[in-house]
Design a protein around this ligand. Structure first.
Ligand SMILES: NC(=O)c1ccc[n+]([C@@H]2O[C@H](COP(=O)([O-])OP(=O)(O)OC[C@H]3O[C@@H](n4cnc5c(N)ncnc54)[C@H](OP(=O)(O)O)[C@@H]3O)[C@@H](O)[C@H]2O)c1
Length: 307
């Protein structure tokens, strides 16, 4: 028997979205037989040549164009977001106002259940120089008061061969002298994108997870320094570490980026995860999968499989 549900997604071309689509399509043996009908909203529909997925061209900020496509959709997974280095007003426009538009569309389109993929960055103790984290926090508040059946998942650092953050960390670990903002003592809990997809799929299948907020990380907590050291050892490197101030660098970049953001290799906000812990607080979803998720060595086995 196939799955009769219709699911709508934003952000399906991203690292997390790709992993979720793959998860829903199932392994080759089931060949997508049980896959629910999935419609994705994207500015790049050519990324979806597969006929099993219906791709609708559009932007989250222009819901009138895709509202009719919501008909009959029971679940909405909102993953689209501006990430990386960008201006505060753009984070606000895409991540806050975009989420507001999407929620309004869901209400008008009769969607019942809404999953918001937020970020562990929303849990940092302050977001003074971190507009991305602030935008996720603000969007979460809109989701909670939307009147829909909602859930919020906050991934920690997501690892995949497609992830820009992975390539940045791999390059960082390969330097002869590795700069460690904040001394590298901040704790992280890397999660493989495929394991995150497992958690998102669980919400699709289990309405008892509604009205819940779930930090989601892998089974292992380690410091940034330890993580970079493990990457180094895998690559047979023996670099030394150069501890640098974290909060001081954030304060300095915060001022410089007002006039020179495009010229900077990173924004103040991108240093936050070197300063504050990015670990998942215990919750039902985390506990459900902690035993089966890949630990750091297994993640690195996968990411470094091809050199
Ligand atoms: N990767 C991580 O380490 C991590 C950690 C914590 C939380 N998250 C969250 O997980 C979600 C997915 O992250 P990701 O790493 O998969 O992102 P990603 O690889 O950067 O992809 C971003 C996605 O957002 C879509 N998007 C961006 N702006 C859009 C707009 N204006 N209208 C429509 N779609 C737009 C893009 O779609 P198109 O270009 O196809 O239109 C793309 O699919 C995000 O909400 C992110 O904040 C990620």
């Amino acid at each position: 028997m196939g799955d009769a549900r219709k699911i709508f997604m934003t952000g399906a071309t991203g690292v997390v979205g790709r992993a979720l689509l793959q998860r829903l399509a199932g392994d080759k043996r089931s060949a997508g037989r049980n896959m629910p009908a999935v419609t994705v909203l994207s500015r790049n529909v050519s990324a979806f040549p597969e006929s099993a997925i219906r791709a609708v061209h559009g932007r989250i900020s222009e819901p009138e164009a895709w509202l009719p496509q919501l008909e009959g959709c029971s679940e909405f997974v909102h993953m689209a977001a501006l990430t990386g280095k960008a201006r505060a007003r753009d984070f606000e426009r895409v991540n806050v106002e975009g989420t507001r538009s999407v929620l309004e569309a869901c209400k008008r389109g009769g969607v019942r259940r809404f999953l918001f993929v937020s970020s562990i960055a929303a849990t940092y103790p302050e977001h003074d120089a971190y507009p991305y984290g602030r935008s996720k926090l603000e969007a979460e508040a809109l989701v909670r008061t939307s009147g829909l059946e909602w859930a919020i998942v906050r991934p920690t650092i997501v690892m995949s061969r497609r992830a820009k953050i992975w390539h940045s960390l791999e390059s960082l670990a390969s330097l002869p002298l590795v700069p460690l903002f904040g001394g590298g003592g901040a704790r992280i809990q890397p999660i493989h994108a495929d394991d995150l997809a497992l958690g998102l799929e669980a919400w699709l299948q289990d309405p008892t997870l509604d009205r819940g907020e779930y930090d989601l990380g892998g089974p292992e907590v380690l410091t940034f320094r330890e993580f970079l050291g493990r990457i180094q050892r895998r690559k047979r490197g023996s670099a030394r570490f150069l501890p640098l101030p974290g909060k001081g660098a954030i304060a300095m970049l915060k001022h410089v980026e007002k006039v020179a953001l495009p010229l900077l290799p990173m924004s103040a906000g991108q240093l936050y995860s070197f300063v504050y812990d990015s670990t998942a607080r215990p919750n039902a979803l985390q506990e459900r999968f902690a035993g089966s998720m890949r630990n750091v060595d297994a993640i690195l086995d996968d990411l470094l499989k091809y050199g």
